[in-house]
Design a protein around this ligand. Structure first.
Ligand code: AMP
Length: 405
């Protein structure tokens, strides 16, 4: 007796053809682009000590407070399925003494991430991100470079309606002083704020900028802006980044209210959105995190990077982007060894393996869109060209390969 049907967990999804091939094509584009800029592939575990994210992403963030899949192992250690990639990469940088390597260390990653969010179009509980990190230098050309790389990737992927927003949060000190100023300002109009924002005034007043609550939005419109309190050094760094983006012809909008949902950012922050997406319009974002490595127990080390959602990139690309290339040749039963021989020459071959009749075989070959069919007959091989129906005897794989050229 058949058991009850099982379903994938809420907020997860299966990647099936042809979607799977579009993903692989995107992965290939990533590899090519990142290699050209000198970023090397790295992997970190899918789960980490909870502390990595609590300290790295920040205790007061939505991610840490509400969205982590946290569990205990049998020894009672608290582990968490990674909600983002940067904290793990920085943990690895410290653990593996990567500060001793020539700097900057440039890495890229790709893989599954987990957040306990309410699922909707473009928002899942298990999703995939691609990201890059450049650690060990605070040169503004790295900020510009990582932005350029994401712009290039999105263009190559065929993502539609892309916009870039940019801001600077200043250095850690600037930010600390500003947070005091902002907190004082918000306290002065506390009654108008949402309960959630009020509850986080001490730990994370910046979240007021993210709120949908009408009263909060009114207050925030008058609030002091971080971009206006940048130190000379921070302002100069930002100016540098802007000049390089301008020279590269990258369009952007300065958005002083841009706060990202992670605590570790300093100086440059940015976000790419797509008008082709609905409410979840963020395609990828990142910024500089000059205090994060130290926060995770390493030497003071600047860093900059971004993460982009694979599903969102593909959604924003719509039907654009490469799919799987169809087979070139269809071989009828009895051609197992011949199919292998053709494949070894780099030809994409589909072998009949479902017991179809000759008529059914030709219909299937037509549906697959192959250019050629090899009919394996008792007295030898026949090669049929699908475009004109012409058929002739061929001796072997050599002759078939020549016909295909
Ligand atoms: P974040 O780490 O929050 O800056 O996210 C970086 C990117 O990952 C976003 O711009 C999205 O493209 C993607 N992303 C974040 N959360 C989710 C999610 N729950 N489902 C799908 N994609 C997500």
């Amino acid at each position: 007796m058949a058991g009850p049907k099982l379903q994938a967990p809420k907020g997860t999804f299966d990647v099936l053809p042809p979607e799977g091939e579009r993903r692989r094509a995107l992965a290939r584009a990533c590899e090519e682009i990142f290699a050209a800029y000198g970023y090397a592939y790295a992997e970190t575990p899918v789960f980490e000590d909870t502390e990595v994210f609590a300290r790295g992403v920040g205790e007061s963030t939505d991610i840490v407070q509400k969205e982590m899949f946290t569990f205990e192992d049998k020894a009672g250690r608290s582990l968490t399925l990674r909600p983002e990639g940067t904290a793990g990469i920085c943990r690895s940088y410290v653990e593996n003494g990567m500060h001793k390597l020539p700097q900057p260390v440039k890495l890229w990653y790709w893989g599954p991430f987990f957040r306990h969010e309410t699922p909707q179009a473009g928002r899942y509980r298990q999703f995939n991100q691609v990201g890059i990190e450049a650690l060990g230098s605070d040169d503004p050309s790295l900020d510009a470079e990582v932005i350029l790389i994401l712009a290039e990737l999105l263009e190559r992927a065929g993502a539609q309606g892309i916009r870039l927003r940019l801001a600077s949060l200043g250095s850690i000190d600037t930010r600390r002083a500003y947070l005091d100023e902002l907190r004082d300002f918000l306290r002065g109009r506390e009654a108008e704020l949402s309960e959630e924002v009020r509850g986080r005034l001490d730990t994370n007043p910046l979240r007021a900028f993210d709120a949908d609550h009408e009263g909060t939005r009114v207050v925030v419109a008058d609030a002091p802006k971080l971009m206006e309190s940048l130190s000379d050094e921070d302002a100069e760094h930002f100016e540098h980044v802007r000049r390089m983006l301008d020279a590269a012809g990258i369009a952007y909008e300065i958005d002083p209210s841009l706060v990202r949902g992670l605590d570790y950012y300093t100086r440059t922050v940015f976000e790419f959105t797509s008008d082709a997406l609905g409410a979840q319009s963020g395609v990828g974002g990142g910024g500089r995190y000059d205090g994060l490595v130290e926060e995770l127990g390493g030497p003071a080390t600047p860093g900059v990077g971004w993460a982009a959602g694979i599903e969102r990139i593909l959604l924003a690309a719509g039907e654009a982007g490469e799919g799987q290339s169809p087979p070139q040749v269809y071989v009828t039963p009895g051609g197992f060894a011949l199919a292998r021989e053709l494949r070894s020459r780099g030809i994409r071959v589909e072998l009949e393996q479902a017991g179809r009749s000759r008529k059914g075989q030709l219909k299937h070959a037509d549906r697959l869109g192959v250019g050629w069919v090899v009919l394996v007959e008792e007295d030898g091989l026949q090669l049929k060209e699908m475009a004109n129906g012409e058929q002739r005897a061929v001796a072997d794989a050599d002759e078939i390969e020549r016909a295909l050229r």
